[in-house]
Write a protein that binds this ligand. Sequence first.
Ligand SMILES: Cc1ncc(COP(=O)(O)O)c(C=O)c1O
Length: 403
Amino acid sequence: MSFNHSDIRLQFPILKKGTYLDSAATAQKPQVVIDSMKHFYETENANVHRGMHMLSEKATTAFEEARTSVQKFINAKSAEEIIFTSGSTEGINLVAKTWGKENLGEEDSVLITLLEHHSNITPWIQLKDENDCAVEWVELDQNENIDITQLDKHLANGNVKLVAITGQSNVTGVRTPLKEIINKTHEAGALALVDAAQLSAHHPIDVQDLECDFLVLSGHKLYGPTGIGVLYGKRELLESMPPFLTGGGMIKEVKRDHFTCAAIPTKFEAGTPPIAQAVGLRTAIDWLLQFNWEDIEAHERSLIEKSFSELRKIEGLTILGPSDPKNISGCLSFVIDGIHPHDLTDIIGQKGVFMRAGHHCAQPLHEHYGIPASTRLSIGIYNNGEDIEKITPAIQEAIKIFS
Ligand SMILES: Cc1ncc(COP(=O)(O)O)c(C=O)c1O
């Protein structure tokens, strides 16, 4: 379908409420996603995999069709390699607390980077505390991306068993060279986990081409609902892993003193799964895929470039990360001399420009920049040049209030 931007924008009813520049936190939902979930609750709602009536069959079909949509979206070999989770956070915890718990010991380490979100830091710190393994860090190079020379050095030690890396920073918008890193990781005999929470809404993902072992994403950042995410894992790995949560749905058989697990993906989906959310996620994916990725990326690149040139008009404003907008995607963060990001973001929010202030769940990265917090501007497919033009006047007015 052609990339008619004004038409796209009209499909997001909430955009009437203000200038939304906070999509890295959660993206807004097109009307079709909202409608699909309403339709599901009105006409198909039942629990999945358990009933033998018409509604349960419909709900199960809708749920499993959503799995197939996700499989195609990330080009996984099979739908069984798609586990529905509550989000990226749960996906990473699942891997840490199953594969990690079983496979990492005193001699081993997990390699993460300074660009990670807390969701891809804290599960590994917990694992370090529980299993006595190590967590090693890769710092940034002069381009504000992963320092590949340092990555090589860590991998050469022979202790790294897993490299867990974001595909796109949720602070600076830097995209990491995933293919190169994953190749190096495999050459060193380690596995690679990709945090695609940010990347997945801005760039196509092909897990077979990347050859990553695990990948996580969140439905709500992909124009879908909250409460659903995806863990992709290579079949042989998922089959070798113990269950994460146990209970209804994930079992084959339960006796008084033991139980056996169902096959993947069910083994990892204990309890009632997010069924209506899966329907919404499927609709979001179908909706997004009607456009060409080249059009989406070109449109978003022009918005980021415009944001850079607008923000550079403001005295005392520093953009974190790369100085060239070509090297970033989806978001950027900045600080202004003498104004706390929370105060700034609060004032511009009152003027109807919605951004986010804080450490954006990336405290080690903020510590690296020597600041506690920043203001983040993040974009989605629905933003336009006019949105970006509202930022500078709003910030200028806020500066006047504080000076
Ligand atoms: C890079 C990155 N990873 C992980 C997450 C966690 O995602 P969720 O809160 O949907 O689990 C986020 C959320 O902002 C993120 O930006």
